[in-house]
Design a protein around this ligand. Sequence first.
Ligand code: NOJ
Length: 749
Amino acid sequence: MNKLIKSYIVVLFLMVLTGCNKANNAKSKEIVTPFNAQVDSLMALMTLQEKIGQTVMYSGGWSITGPTVSSNNKKFIKEGNVGAMLNVYSVKGTRDLQKMAVEETRLGIPLLFGYDVIHGFKTIFPINLGLAASWDLEDIEKGSRIAAEEASAEGIHWTFAPMVDIARDPRWGRISEGAGEDVYLGSEIAKAYVKGFQGNDLSKYNTILACAKHFVGYGAAQAGRDYHTVNMGDDELQNVYLPPFKASVNAGVETFMTAFNEVNGVPATGNKFIFRDILRDQWGFNGFVVTDYTAINELVMHGFAKDRKHATELAIKAGIDQDMMSSANRQYLEELVNEGKVDVKLINDACRRILLAKYKLGLFDDPYRYCDEQREKAIVYKPEFLEAARHSAAMCSVLLKNDDESLPLNTNQSIALIGPLVKDKENIIGNWAAAGDRKGKAISIYEGIQEYLSNSKISFAKGCEIEGKNDNDFKDAINVARSADKVVMVLGEDYDMSGEAASRTNIKLPGRQTDLIKAIRKAVPNKKIILVLMNGRPLDLSEEDTLADAILETWFPGTSGGYGVADVLFGKYNPSGKLPVTFPRTLGQIPIYYNMKNTGRPIPPNNPKEDYKSNYIDVPNTPLYPFGHGLSYTTFKYSDFKLSSDIINISDTLSVSSTITNTGDYDGHEIVQLYVHDKVGSITRPVKELKGFQKIFLKKGESKEVQFQLTSKDLEFYNNKAFVIESGDFEVAITGTSNFDFQHAFKLE
Ligand code: NOJ
């Protein structure tokens, strides 16, 4: 190969992979915590069956009177055959079961209660993809702290969050649950969630275990179809999909969850390479691993295990500690040990890790410490939580387009509110809304707007259903539009069109909603139409982009969403969100993401029509709205770019700075982004990579110098069994969007 990189390749066999790895290795075998002696004495008393019991999790259900648990599951709990329950919450519900475990089993080992606390527990924050659009790590940490406060007050010890799967396919419904497409942003956000949920001290009554999921590659499901096959080489696995998980480990995450998918032919739940080799041996992870729901059983359907018993053997050997809902460990582990197929040591290890988590939470000191009725009453829906959710909803909104300053709205004008989501209180809290209320607690956009406008200035028409087929109500909507000064349309998806098992092959607005805007545009050609969107994935908005004057992406903004969005619409909060994921022009461009590779035949900058280049013949290669894009009511100028040096060596720190000036008429936040491009590598490098960001606030007319420090470690990547840092030429930029051309460069010697 014609190697252009000068000189030497500085190979940084990162500690993670070699030397220090060994230390970590040792660590992962011998977990050292203040609770070792207690766990040892407890385990000395336990039968094999009781140890296996700790590796078993069952689900409760929910009825209008509260949690329900089947009589079978109660029996298993009393026999000491269950270590954890999911989907049971409330002080009463968890206390009753905990009592059973503590008072009616031989050893009285408390249960662990896990739940999907994904973007809030009762006070629901914007969906996670929306939270990522705030790029506000403090706010994300604060939101997950609030979620932990509420969940822990209702008996929950453990959340199955954060989902740190990189997702680059908007067809995949679970793109809504993660932080989007970028490795750096995703890793920073992963850490913020873990810190928020777990706090600094797990023994506090208001902290809960976090769970990095789904290990690994779940977001890369072929064709965006949930649970589908994942095939990827080392480059993609190590440089894109693993880093947010590694970041979670570094942040101290206590648990991991397996992915449903296979990775290169081996289903994750039976995948030794990812759990034993990478997670335990290379990263030194000492917490415990739970399967996803029935994932052990699914090894059979994958065609990887011949039956459930075989699947049980494969999972424990792969390094999986707890079985969520397969009933496989309970049924087969003991038999497998007796037959000499599974070493009892594997069960001891799994049991030990799970018990350790219970000790860390303080459950052996007081198994009911999360069951305090007073606290439950005082904590959920605290006004300050609802206020924080309002603020998040505002910060997560992304202004995609704003022609002729159509926004903000002013309070003197009359507004026609049109669309199926205007008065909605059910969808607005989004998918995976934990114990969130879909029946009236949430603030609709309509109610939010009522805070700013008197009823006489608001008119309303639904226009159509989200997914309906008919246009019977278009007429009303047109009349309402004609009678008002401006039109605000609130359109989008149903909450369950994203989330698990909610993949779509069509990412346009569902039903007749696009036709509705067309009809309104035709009826009021000269009136401003503001489109407010609620959706759980990037949509194809190419038509809407030509029809609306302004577009505000609010995702599903949560319990206080109506207030937060109205704050943005009326300019109380100047929008600052930036897209954490690319919005394509059309479905056919998928996958499309900003940090793609270049190909040998990229389109030349100003000549998209040239033949035999890597372009489509029917649409431009560019997205409709790129990663990092998001407008403000003000404008920001980037100037005075400075590098502390043009040449750095491996141990130097490069300082990169730029002055940002608020040149418009509003105070506002800007998310300043640092990108680099490694021009030549021993494996090809992306055309752009985000390496840092800062959210700053500037009053109108104000300027600030924003500085980033880059070290050679920031430039490393994985190639051929190791992380490497390679000398050579790099481009660098500080911008407010990923859509830019590099103007500056430096050399690493
Ligand atoms: C299945 C989902 O994939 C996972 O994310 C979730 O935590 C479990 N079910 C438990 O509800």
